[in-house]
Ligand binder design. Structure first.
Ligand code: HAM
Length: 421
């Protein structure tokens, strides 16, 4: 048997209803906050991700599914959505009509990481981007959206972590101070950190290896190196969150794994997911539109790990599955033909009707109706044909009523309309 690729998964009926519920809840929120949907493709030129996420990042260095297409062009299955949304914003000059765009997209991303709980090679993101506004008020609004989505989905134990990474003016000063500190503790760092400390010293700050954490405990704080403008924006973010009554933790080690960030970065962290503590992550990327060839336009956004969110929502899944309103248990060929006509008419009228298509005993048909969770069963056999009426059984109360075969579909539709069904 051919099996799934490692790190990929099927989202099966039973689980998929929960995913639909999460998606519907997110869509309502996005509409309320003025977002429009955008659907970029799942493959892009490799160059797009190299230029945006950064050549020295784990994603670009180790995790992308990159291959030449048949003509030799290098293409990549997108590891995230931001780069593609920005590419699309620039390519279609979305700024021409209104420079401010609030966009969201939902779909699969691909990263060849080591699979474990909460970490997959194909995973889904709910991604939001606000392009064209520089104010930290928008960052606060994005965090409001994230915590509201979590609370509507009954996710407990989530906490926003926030930080600022400064801008190209103030960050180099911090980087220098950090590099100096790292050089002093490099003997205590893991191999990965020792390797990346020169190319990407900020990443050493969020290494999860305990010895690195200990060694970095006394590292200089990025927040102490912000220039007045960046510091002012970070204060504005904190004030806005206070106004909205959103609790948060200032986390000076939150540097994120993508190079395009400037100023505010944030994550929604939870203790419910074991090692994978981030349900969502995001931040400001004021230079990316320009870097990718567009006008100088500030932007900010986030992505929620859909798979991770689905693992921690506190919602009873059983109530979400769709069950038939009616199961027709027909006995014999003639009754089956009638049943087929009825269920077709009922489905077209928006009533979820199902039947047994082959020859099965009444007992086995009732069992199947039960298993499917049908609320009612319509029984029709030789006797019912002779009497000109089928039996409608309420599966909960076990009450039975007789329904004339003549005009049966219309009678059932009427019953539904009068909520007598
Ligand atoms: P990210 O932190 O790389 O950010 O990913 C966002 C979220 O996607 C993570 O917090 C996590 O929940 C989920 N995620 C990431 N990798 C995996 C994986 N292998 N398996 C399951 N879930 C995963 C970004 O992707 C940025 N594009 C976010 C952003 C949008 N920043 C600005 N705009």
């Amino acid at each position: 048997m051919i099996q799934l690729i490692r790190g990929f998964k099927d989202i099966l009926p039973g689980e998929v209803e929960l995913w639909q519920h999460i998606e519907d809840t997110a869509r309502v929120l996005f509409a309320d906050f003025g977002f429009s949907e955008i659907r970029p493709p799942i493959m892009e030129r490799t160059e797009l991700f190299k230029r945006s996420i950064g050549e020295g990042t784990d994603i670009v260095e180790k995790e992308m599914y990159t291959f030449p297409d048949r003509k030799g062009d290098m293409i990549t299955l997108r590891p995230e959505a931001t780069a593609a949304v920005v590419r699309s914003y620039i390519q279609h000059k979305l700024y021409a009509t209104d420079p401010v765009r609030k966009l969201f997209t939902i779909g699969p991303m691909f990263r060849r990481e080591r699979p474990q709980k909460g970490r997959y090679r194909q995973f889904y993101q709910i991604d939001a981007e606000v392009i064209g506004v520089a104010s930290a008020l928008v960052d606060a609004q994005l965090i409001l959206l994230l915590v509201t989505l979590c609370s509507r989905l009954n996710v407990t134990d989530v906490m926003p972590h926030i930080n600022s990474l400064g801008c190209p003016e103030c960050r180099p000063v911090f980087r220098k101070a950090l590099s100096r500190y790292i050089d002093g503790v490099s003997a205590d760092l893991c191999d990965d950190c020792r390797r990346r400390k020169d190319k990407n010293p900020l990443r050493v700050l969020d290494c999860k290896v305990p010895s690195c954490r200990d060694a970095m405990a006394g590292a200089p704080s990025v927040l102490e190196h912000l220039d007045p403008d960046c510091a002012g924006e970070f204060d504005l973010l904190k004030k806005a969150l206070d106004t909205l009554d959103i609790p948060y933790i200032v986390d000076k080690n939150l540097v994120r794994g993508l190079d395009y960030y400037t100023r505010a970065t944030f994550e929604i962290q939870t203790g419910l997911l074991g090692a994978q503590s981030a349900v969502a992550g995001g931040g400001r990327y004021d230079k990316l539109v320009r870097t990718l060839g567009g006008p100088d336009t500030p932007a900010t956004g986030f992505a929620i790990g859909f798979d991770r969110l689905a693992e921690i929502v506190g919602i009873d899944r059983s109530g979400l599955a769709s069950t038939p309103d009616l199961f027709v248990a027909a006995l014999g060929e003639q009754c089956r033909a009638l049943a087929f006509e009825w269920i077709s008419g009922l489905c077209l009228a928006g009533i979820r009707a199902e039947m047994e298509y082959g020859e099965k005993s009444l007992k086995s048909q009732m069992k199947r109706a039960n298993r499917m969770g049908a609320s009612r069963v319509l029984i029709v056999g030789e006797n019912e044909l002779t009497e000109g009426a089928a039996v409608l059984r309420d599966m909960k109360t076990k009450d039975q009523v007789s329904i004339p075969l003549e005009g049966l579909v219309e009678t059932l539709i009427q019953k539904v309309k009068q909520q007598a069904f």
